[in-house]
Structure formats: structure tokens, C-alpha cells
Design a binder for this molecule. Structure first.
Ligand SMILES: Cc1cc2nc3c(=O)[nH]c(=O)nc-3n(C[C@H](O)[C@H](O)[C@H](O)COP(=O)(O)O)c2cc1C
Length: 222
């Protein structure tokens, strides 16, 4: 499966079987994490395996999570740009996991933050987690906004690469499926801004990853 296929078939999955993640997949995810953490010098993303407690709370069950044993802890130093960067790294991991047959769900609200096993330095923060494992289902497609609702550039005036990018961004996960992002074509690049909402900075990094992967063109974050 390539990245485009992974973008198309990915849906949030909240119920997991107990099947452990094989060693080769773990190593590949950890390799990417190590590289990305090193690249920016402020991210401290971590994989946690075999820990049911992070999703073992009233709010997690209320949020319909079940059987979550593994998660990616999105930790970074508290600083400008940290959330967008974590969104970007996290979505690379989500799509990599999807390609290798795993399922995922981004979670910024409905998990037990205090029980989370991530290691934090005093100047770092746990921004969100991503549940990961073999899903009981593959999830289902969510309702999506139209192209023109998330693009200042009209479809008929846009380049093909830009249309591919926006369409891939429309398939990206966003907090509460809010899709509060706006793209605009600017010559050979795209500009991206977000409207007011919850966790929109994480969303911004996530949709930027989808856009760049699908279009091969750079996104300038505004
Ligand atoms: C930043 C972010 C935070 C999220 N937080 C939660 C959460 O706390 N609880 C939950 O059940 N789903 C959460 N989600 C999953 C979204 O609800 C889901 O991505 C959205 O409804 C679209 O569905 P899809 O991922 O299947 O396309 C979150 C997603 C993102 C991107």
C-alpha cells in the first residue's frame, strides 16, 4: 500500500484486538520517531506498548475506546510551533502504521492523561496521544466538507497538484471532525491557515502532511 492508498483507507478506530504489534513494525515506527525527534530538537515523541491504563478511565470508555494497549505519546518542549510539528510527525506515523496493516486514532481529549506512561522533562508537555494496534474493524468514512469550503482558490482556477493536495487534506483526521483549515494556492506553493477551534494547531500539522504527501508541493503555514 502506498501513502495515497493509506490516506484513502484510513479511518479512526477506537476498538482494538489484543494482537501485539510485531517487532519489525515496532522498529520501523521507532526509527521514524528517533529521526524526527532529532531533526527538530524539541519533540520527544514516544511509543508505549502494553499499557491499558491510559485509556482505562470513565472518559475513555465514554469515548467508546476499548482494548487500547499501545499508543504514541506526542510530547514536546513547550514552545511556539510544537503542536503543528507534532501534528505533522504524528500523521506520518499514522499513515506509516496504516500501510503496515495497523489502525489508529488521534486522541487529544478522551484519555487518562495522568495515567499515561510517557516520560516528561520539566519543560515538556504531553499534547496528545495516538491509539495504535490491530482494530476490531477498519473504521468508517466520516462526513467531509466540500473542496470550496476549505479552499480560497476555486477548483476551476486551481492547479492539478493543488486539487490533489486539498482532496487529501479533506480525508485527514481533525479534532471532532471540525476541518477548520483553509488552503490557498500561491504560485507553486500553498498557504494554510486555520479558523478558531479546538486543537487546530495539531490539525494544521496533520492536514499539511496530507497535502504535501499528495501534491509534492510545499505548504506555507500562516
Ligand atoms: C487532534 C485530534 C484530536 C482528537 N481527539 C479525539 C478524542 O479526544 N476522542 C476521540 O474519540 N476522537 C478524537 N479524534 C478523532 C476525530 O474525532 C476523528 O479524526 C474525526 O472524527 C474524523 O474521523 P476519521 O479520523 O475517521 O476520518 C481526534 C482527532 C484529532 C486529529
Amino acid at each position: 500500500m502506498d501513502t495515497m492508498e493509506a490516506i484513502r483507507v484510513r479511518h479512526s478506530v477506537r476498538q482494538y484486538s489484543g494482537r501485539p504489534i510485531p517487532e519489525d513494525i515496532r522498529l520501523e515506527l521507532e526509527r521514524i520517531i528517533e529521526e524526527r525527534n532529532k531533526e527538530d530538537g524539541f519533540s520527544h515523541v514516544q511509543m508505549i506498548y502494553g499499557d491499558p491504563t491510559c485509556f482505562d478511565s470513565f472518559i475513555a470508555h465514554y469515548g467508546k475506546f476499548d482494548g487500547v494497549q499501545n499508543y504514541i505519546a506526542l510530547v514536546a518542549r513547550k514552545q511556539e510551533g510544537a503542536m503543528e510539528r507534532l501534528g505533522y510527525i504524528g500523521e506520518e506515523l499514522v499513515l506509516t502504521a496504516q500501510k503496515m496493516g495497523l489502525n489508529t486514532c488521534w486522541v487529544a481529549g478522551s484519555f487518562n492523561r495522568r495515567a499515561c506512561k510517557a516520560k516528561l522533562e520539566p519543560d515538556q508537555k504531553l499534547y496528545a496521544v495516538i491509539a495504535i494496534g490491530y482494530g476490531m474493524t477498519r473504521g468508517k468514512a466520516s462526513k467531509s466538507k466540500d473542496f470550496d469550503a476549505v479552499s480560497k482558490t476555486r477548483r476551476q482556477e486551481a492547479a492539478d497538484w493543488y486539487i490533489r493536495g486539498v482532496e487529501a487534506a479533506l480525508l485527514a483526521p481533525t479534532a471532532m471532525n471540525q476541518q477548520k483549515f483553509v488552503f490557498e494556492q500561491a504560485k507553486e506553493k500553498a498557504r494554510l491557515s486555520t479558523r478558531l477551534g479546538f486543537f487546530t494547531k495539531l490539525d494544521k500539522g496533520i492536514v499539511r502532511y496530507h497535502f504535501e504527501a499528495a501534491s509534492g508541493h510545499e505548504v506555507e503555514s500562516q
